[in-house]
Design a protein around this ligand. Structure first.
Ligand SMILES: *Cc1c(COP(=O)(O)O)cnc(C)c1O
Length: 398
């Protein structure tokens, strides 16, 4: 062999006896075959075989398998983001003339995807009250192909009665999809409660370090494998082994990170809930939260993301007061090591229900910092809001 060829052809080295705990990063587009016959028959390798990088590598399959086991499903597909997982949980199952029903409190880009993109393809989207089974019963019909859930709801945390919703949907022959990003499969297992498809933004808690975007879609019925796999292939959706490897690494500490974040949230909430400028803390593990009983029945634990609504006098000052934060960062994509706060508008994302509170909700995600630093920051933030309320009151003509 000439040197120029030696540069190109990589020698195979022995791997037996090499048994690391970490998962190898297998980057690949091309997969080679031992002979022309094997190449010709590559289509027969099935869902678990390897034929082309887009359809999976040992790295991505390892992450898929880990998710499948935790979700108690039969197969997982990886996608480039959590939002991609949501879109491709719907797309394979709808055609012009069909209808889908989406919980009014779903992640806002899901609303836009359904209204704009599915709408353009002639699929009708309707939104239902996430906590009113009667509303779902009234709106579901024989054209409905998917009932979409997210529990707790984005920002406002409404808890859905998934077993009941699934019973209603299945009576009409509709599939049930559920975005499980808040709870992760550690704390909620939608496939065991009647959902057919569960999605995760691995971007959030599961990867856990705010440095990668990835999503997953797990199913419990063999019949869904082919529709999803073939649509993903035709759309050219695959993920990199490097990204999957980052998620696999973060995954190992998911359990301890979630527990830590939930207990950090609990101690901040004890203090925040008593503050005179606070209207309500939205967090399902609070005994007086409206969906608490269902949460207790169906969930295995809490995460570190909750929301706060304010008394009307405080609302105009919340955003500006965030500037005093030292430990919390201001940002949207929660579930990482750093604690975050983000002011979220709600009303423009509700059409089936009317949000009764003020339009600004402060979403707080507790990370892994020392609880005392977080408590000091929260105190400084509320002091700043209070001082702005007082100054404003002094300026208002009596
Ligand atoms: C962040 C988020 C997503 C989207 O995840 P990306 O990976 O950022 O696309 C989907 N659903 C919920 C509930 C989320 O919070």
């Amino acid at each position: 062999m000439k040197d120029l060829t030696r540069c190109v052809v990589t020698p195979r080295i022995k791997t037996d006896g090499f048994d690391p705990l970490g998962v190898g990063v297998h980057r690949a587009s091309t997969i080679v075959f031992e002979n022309a016959e094997a190449y010709a028959r590559r289509g027969e390798r099935g869902h678990d075989g390897y034929s082309y990088g887009l359809y999976g590598t040992p790295t991505t399959r390892t992450l898929e398998e880990k998710l499948t086991r935790l979700e108690q499903g039969i197969r997982t597909f990886l996608l480039p983001s959590g939002q991609a997982a949501n879109s491709f949980a719907m797309l394979p199952f709808v055609k012009a003339g069909d209808k889908i029903l989406i919980a009014d409190t779903a992640y806002p880009p899901v609303r836009d995807f359904a209204n704009l993109d599915l709408g353009r393809l002639g699929i009708e989207t309707a939104f239902y009250d996430p906590v009113d089974l009667g509303d779902l019963e009234r709106q579901i019909d024989e054209r409905t192909k998917i009932v979409w859930c997210e529990s707790p709801g984005s920002t406002t945390m409404e808890i859905q009665d998934l077993p009941q919703i699934a019973a209603i949907a299945h009576r009409r022959g509709a599939l049930v999809g559920c975005d499980n990003t808040w709870a992760t499969p550690m704390n909620y297992k939608p496939l065991t409660l009647g959902a057919d498809i569960v999605t995760e933004a691995l971007t959030k808690y599961i990867s856990g370090h705010s440095d990668v975007l990835l999503g997953s879609l797990t199913i419990r019925d063999e019949a869904l494998i082919v529709p999803i796999r073939t649509v993903l292939g035709r759309f050219g959706i695959g993920v990199s082994a490097d990204d999957a490897s980052l998620v696999l690494r973060g995954f190992e500490t998911l359990g301890v990170r979630l527990k830590h974040a939930a207990s950090g949230a609990d101690s901040l909430i004890d203090w925040i809930a008593k503050h005179p400028l606070v209207e309500q803390v939205l967090y399902p593990s609070l005994p007086d939260f409206p969906g608490h009983a269902i949460w207790k029945r169906d969930f295995l634990g809490s995460s570190g993301v909750f929301s706060v609504t304010f008394k009307p006098a405080a609302v105009p000052h919340v955003a500006a007061a965030l500037d005093v934060l030292k430990t919390f960062a201001i940002g949207a994509s929660w579930g990482g090591t750093r604690s975050l706060m983000a002011p979220m508008p709600v009303k423009s994302y509700r059409t089936a229900t009317a949000w009764q509170g003020e339009d600004l909700v402060l979403r707080i995600s507790v990370g892994l910092e020392d609880p005392e630093d977080l408590a000091n920051d929260v105190q400084a933030f509320f002091d700043e809001v209070a001082s702005r309320v007082v100054t404003q009151a002094g300026r208002d003509p009596a």
